[in-house]
Design a binder for this molecule. Structure first.
Ligand SMILES: *[C@@H]1O[C@H](CO)[C@@H](O)[C@H](O)[C@H]1NC(C)=O
Length: 454
C-alpha cells in the first residue's frame, strides 16, 4: 500500500487546488496596490490610467502563463518538479542568471515582509487614532507598539512548517482584502452620489513634479500585479492531478481578473470621487473621515489581510534558508532532526518541531520588526525594490525560460515580439525606479529616526 502522506518525491503530499491557489494569488496581489490606485489613476487621467492598468494585467497574465509552464522541466506536464523560482531558472537557463534571480526574488520578499509590518501597524494605529479624536484634536498615535503586536502574531504563525498548511489563512486574508476594497469602493460611491464637488483641476504642481508623479503612478500600477515572485512557490502547493500548470493557469486567470475588476472599480470610482486630489491611501484618513466605524472595520481588515500576506511572502524565504542549511550541514542534528511533540490537551495532536526552524524563523521575524521600527519611510524604499525587480521577475525570466524551453529561433517573428515586450517593460521598470529614487530623496530630507506616528 502506498503511503498517502508523501508525494512521488518523498515530500509531504500536496493538496492545493486552483481555488486555494487563487486565494494565495489574491492575498499576495491585492493589498499592496489597491488603496493607492485612485491616486495613480488621478495622475494618469481617464484614458491612460485604465489603459495602463489593463495593459499590465494582460502582460502579467501572459507571463504568468509562461511561468506556470516552467514549473516542470523539461516538459511542462511530465518533467521533473522544481520547488522554487530559482530552481526553475537553474533548470532552464543556468549560469549567473540563477544568482541574479535569487537576489531579485529574495530581496523583494524580505522587503515586502518589512513593508507589510509598517503598513499593518499604520492601519492598526489609525483605528486607535479615531477613538482619541473625540478626546481632543491634537492626537498622534505611535505605530511602534502595533509593529510589535504584529511581530508577535507572526512569531507564532511562522512556526507553521510550510505553505500548504496555510491555505486557511490565505483564504481568510483574500476575503479580508475583498472586504476592505469593497468598503473603499462603497465610500467612494457614497461620496460621489452625495455630490461633494470633486475638483478635476489640479492643485498647482510644477512640470517636473508632475513628471515624477506620473513615473510613480506607472510604477504603482506595475507592482500592483507583482506576484511572479511567489508564483512557482504557490504552484508547488497544488496537487499533481489535474496537471499543476493547468490548475495554475486557471488560478492566475481567476486571480488576475478578480484583481483587475477590483482595481478598475476602486481606482476609477476613487478618482471620480476625489478628482486630482485623490489620496495616496484611500483609508488613511486623508481620504474619508466618516463613518468612523466603517473605516475601523476596513482598517482591521487591512491588518488581518497583511497578517496572511506576510506569511505568503515569508514562507518561501523560510524554506529557501532551511533547505540550503540542510544541504550544507547534513550531519548537524540541530538542523536536520524533527522532534515529535504530542500535546495531550489538544486531543493528542502531535507537532514536528525542529530546533533550527524555531530559532531562525523567530530571529527573522524579530529582525524584520526591528527594521520596520527603524525605517519609517521603508515603503518608498520598497517601491524601489519593486521597480528594480519587476522587470526580471515578471517579464525577463518567464520570457527567457519560454524561449529556452520551446527553442524559439533567434530573430523569428515571435522571438522579436517577445524581446520587444521585454524591452518595453524594462523601460517601465527604469522609469518607475527613477520615480521612486526621487521619492526616496524627498523623504530622506524629512527623516526623523524613531518618529513613527500617524
Ligand atoms: C529542477 O528540474 C531539473 C530538470 O528536470 C532537475 O534536474 C533538478 O534536479 C530540479 N531541481 C530541484 C531542486 O528539484
Amino acid at each position: 500500500m502506498s503511503n498517502r502522506s508523501v508525494d512521488d518525491d518523498g515530500r509531504p503530499m500536496r493538496t492545493g487546488t486552483w481555488v486555494t491557489a487563487s486565494a494565495h494569488i489574491i492575498t499576495a496581489v491585492i493589498g499592496s496596490g489597491v488603496l493607492s490606485l485612485a491616486w495613480a489613476i488621478a495622475q494618469l487621467g481617464w484614458v491612460a490610467g485604465p489603459a495602463v492598468l489593463i495593459i499590465f494585467s494582460l502582460i502579467t497574465l501572459f507571463t504568468s502563463t509562461l511561468l506556470a509552464d516552467a514549473y516542470r522541466h523539461p516538459d511542462p506536464v511530465t518533467g521533473q518538479r522544481n520547488y522554487t523560482y530559482m530552481d526553475a531558472v537553474r533548470a532552464h537557463l543556468g549560469g549567473l542568471r540563477v544568482r541574479f534571480c535569487g537576489v531579485a526574488q529574495y530581496a523583494n520578499l524580505v522587503g515586502v515582509t518589512v513593508g507589510y509590518t509598517i503598513t499593518a501597524s499604520i492601519s492598526m494605529a489609525s483605528v486607535r487614532r479615531w477613538s482619541c479624536f473625540h478626546e481632543g484634536d491634537k492626537c498622534h498615535v505611535s505605530t511602534t507598539p502595533y509593529m510589535i503586536i504584529f511581530g508577535s502574531i507572526q512569531l507564532i504563525l511562522c512556526q507553521v512548517p510550510n505553505f500548504h498548511k496555510l491555505s486557511w489563512l490565505s483564504l481568510l486574508a483574500a476575503v479580508m482584502s475583498l472586504t476592505y476594497s469593497l468598503i473603499g469602493l462603497g465610500l467612494s460611491i457614497a461620496k460621489l452620489v452625495t455630490g461633494v464637488e470633486a475638483k478635476t483641476t489640479s492643485t498647482m504642481v510644477s512640470e517636473a513634479e508632475r513628471f515624477w508623479m506620473i513615473c510613480q503612478a506607472i510604477g504603482d500600477i506595475a507592482f500592483a500585479y507583482a506576484y511572479s515572485t511567489v508564483l512557482i512557490e504557490i504552484q508547488d502547493t497544488l496537487k499533481s492531478s489535474p496537471a499543476e500548470n493547468k490548475a495554475m493557469k486557471r488560478a492566475s486567470l481567476v486571480g488576475i481578473s478578480t484583481t483587475t475588476v477590483f482595481y478598475l472599480l476602486c481606482g476609477c470610482v476613487g478618482y471620480a470621487a476625489f478628482g486630482k486630489d485623490a489620496p495616496g491611501d484611500l483609508l488613511s484618513g486623508s481620504g474619508f473621515d466618516h463613518p468612523v466605524w466603517l473605516l475601523n472595520v476596513a482598517n482591521v481588515c487591512v491588518a488581518i489581510h497583511l497578517v496572511g500576506a506576510y506569511q505568503v511572502f515569508a514562507q518561501p524565504i523560510f524554506s529557501f534558508v532551511e533547505t540550503s542549511c540542510r544541504q550544507r550541514w547534513p550531519e548537524v542534528k540541530f538542523v536536520t532532526t524533527d522532534h515529535q511533540i504530542t500535546i495531550p490537551i489538544l486531543g493528542g495532536t502531535s507537532f514536528h518541531v525542529n530546533g533550527f526552524r524555531v530559532v531562525w524563523r523567530s530571529a527573522y521575524v524579530a529582525v524584520t520588526t526591528v527594521l520596520a521600527t527603524l525605517i519609517p519611510f521603508f515603503n518608498i524604499f520598497l517601491a524601489l525594490i519593486g521597480a528594480v525587480s519587476f522587470w526580471p521577475l515578471t517579464v525577463y525570466f518567464p520570457i527567457e525560460m519560454y524561449i529556452a524551453r520551446s527553442k524559439v529561433p533567434k530573430f523569428s517573428f515571435s522571438w522579436i515580439g517577445l524581446q520587444a515586450l521585454s524591452l518595453v517593460c524594462l523601460l517601465v521598470s527604469l522609469v518607475a525606479a527613477a520615480g521612486s529614487v526621487e521619492g526616496l530623496i524627498q523623504s530622506l530630507k524629512m527623516y526623523h529616526p524613531f518618529k513613527n506616528e500617524v
